[in-house]
Design a protein around this ligand. Structure first.
Ligand SMILES: [Fe+2]
Length: 295
């Protein structure tokens, strides 16, 4: 757990479920940079957590997907749902003077558990970028998919944050017809989550990364795979590819963040050729979560 101890020097991750406390968490003088992240936010109901997130003085807010619940191919409905989120004063107050990074998941993408087949994905991407005030001339307007990276420098080191798009290129899932689970893993090697272009981008970006910590954000869980919902485990070869990409590019201090599940979870795995354990930290929902959960 060496990596976690080192990380805690200057990064405080906000476990969203811990935000019910009104105490200020970010009081440690050793903390130079605070990242807050969350996912699964219903725009139509009271968003209770923004004030609590703000109390922790984050330097960066990361949307992990399902930032709104729209589930539509009607782009006017999608725009209106984003407008509703912009009426959440707590959110506006949080992000007015900090950096924001974001990916989407299925409900803000437009189709439940959707992927490459969604016929309105290009239009939905432009509306997503509009919400985040991305300049009309930005290369992100022409790129297929919402993935991006950014380096943050602190007094004690640098952090490179990679936000993946796990929707735009994601190929078909395999329904599990033999159990109560929704999906089972594809045959090894079949299909992709990130698609070729995004994989090339990620490999390049990791290869060029001089950062002391590399944080990879995926809307769906990467390491937790037994539940039968959407997860990288439905594409087992993609997990191996990610592992090899991290190892081959000697990426330092890599940490995975995910959402989608409405529960908070830590998953840890130790790979033979990686000097530190890989941890996937899943945020619970911002507006809703499981009240009970059975494995
Ligand atoms: Fe989702």
């Amino acid at each position: 757990m060496k990596i976690v101890l080192r990380l805690s020097f200057f990064i405080l991750f906000l476990l969203i479920t811990s935000c019910s406390s009104s105490k200020k968490i970010n009081t440690d003088k050793n903390i130079d940079f605070t990242i807050a992240f969350g996912s699964c936010n219903k725009q139509n109901i009271k968003n209770k957590l923004w004030k609590e997130v703000k109390k922790n003085n984050p330097n960066l807010w990361i949307w992990g997907g399902d930032n709104i619940y729209s589930d539509t191919d009607n782009m006017e409905v999608l725009k209106n749902d984003y407008k509703t989120l912009k009426k959440q004063k707590g959110y506006l107050n949080l992000v007015k003077d900090i950096h924001v990074m974001a990916t989407w998941d299925d409900h803000d993408y437009g189709i439940n558990d959707g992927g490459i087949e969604f016929h309105k994905k290009d239009e939905a991407q432009q509306i997503f970028l509009d919400f985040f005030n991305v300049d009309k001339n930005s290369p992100r307007r022409k790129q297929k998919g919402v993935y991006q990276s950014k380096v943050f420098k602190t007094n004690k080191g640098s952090i490179k944050v990679f936000v993946l798009d796990t929707r735009y290129f994601k190929t078909a899932l395999t329904n599990d017809t033999e159990s109560t689970k929704r999906y089972k893993p594809n045959p090894y090697g079949k299909g992709s989550i990130l698609g070729k272009t995004q994989w090339n981008w990620l490999t390049n970006e990791l290869n060029n990364s001089k950062a002391d910590f590399n944080i990879i954000v995926s809307s769906i869980q990467i390491l937790s795979g037994e539940h039968g919902f959407e997860t990288w485990a439905n594409f087992p070869h993609e997990i191996d590819k990610l592992k090899n990409t991290i190892i081959n590019n000697k990426a330092k201090g890599t940490l995975l963040l995910s959402g989608d599940r409405h529960i908070s979870e830590f998953s840890k795995i130790k790979f033979k050729n990686l000097s530190y354990p890989l941890i996937d930290f899943t945020s619970s929902g911002l507006t809703h979560s499981y009240t009970e959960y059975r494995m």
